[in-house]
Design a protein around this ligand. Structure first.
Ligand code: SF4
Ligand code: SF4
Length: 195
């Protein structure tokens, strides 16, 4: 009989202890998030994939396609291309592909960039079903990011536009070389007369 009451009291005590834990956590702030509906704020030093920075003044990227990032990358995972368009002083990226499945997040690409064009994203949803899911086209991603915050979207030049820009650049270089040759030819007889 005594054992029976001992068991009842023991059960009642453990019920109260369990309820106390439940009530304590009931009034504490919630630490879990409703993934994937809620997004987590990552810490400032979190490293997602490197991405192109949106310049606060020009509202576009600052990549001049110098290829320093792709050359220094130990995994050789960056493929990029760039063209100098008429009226522009520098080249600009026309293709920037990042194969994130090979990235060690070493940071060399962000450090070497002469125009500070790269930063780490805060993206943590990086799972995919196929290897190709980790391949990032940074110019397309930039467009999505610009669109998401209501900025004008940077157009990606078509192959025809790139070919026209290259042809125009080559023609301008040829014309410059010819003009320099002409000027040299004019100077030569004048120097001979002086002698
Ligand atoms: S963080 Fe390192 S491995 Fe990743 S793209 Fe940059 S240089 Fe390559
Ligand atoms: S180092 Fe910077 S500017 Fe040069 S290609 Fe890479 S991202 Fe563009």
């Amino acid at each position: 009989m005594i054992n029976y009451f001992k068991d009842v009291l023991g059960g009642f005590y453990s019920l109260l202890a369990g309820m106390a834990v439940t009530i304590r956590y009931f009034v504490k702030p919630i630490v879990t998030v409703q993934y994937p509906r809620h997004k987590i704020e990552m810490t400032p030093r979190y490293r997602g994939y490197p991405q192109l920075i949106i310049d606060p003044e020009t509202h576009t990227h600052r990549c001049i396609a110098c290829e320093m990032c792709s050359r220094i990358c130990p995994s050789q995972l960056i493929t990029l291309d760039g063209t100098k368009f008429p009226g522009e002083k520098q080249k600009r990226a026309t293709k920037y592909i990042h194969e994130h499945q090979y990235c060690s997040l070493c940071g060399l690409c962000t450090e070497v960039c002469p125009t500070d064009a790269l930063e780490y994203s805060k993206e943590y949803r990086l799972a995919g079903y196929r290897r190709e899911d980790a391949v990032i086209d940074h110019l397309v991603l930039l467009q999505h990011r610009q669109y998401a915050v209501g900025l004008p979207v940077t157009p990606i030049p078509t192959e025809a536009e790139i070919a026209a820009a290259i042809a125009e650049e080559a023609a301008a270089k040829e014309a410059k070389a010819k003009a320099a040759e002409k000027a040299k030819a004019k100077e030569a007889p004048a120097e001979e007369v002086k002698k």
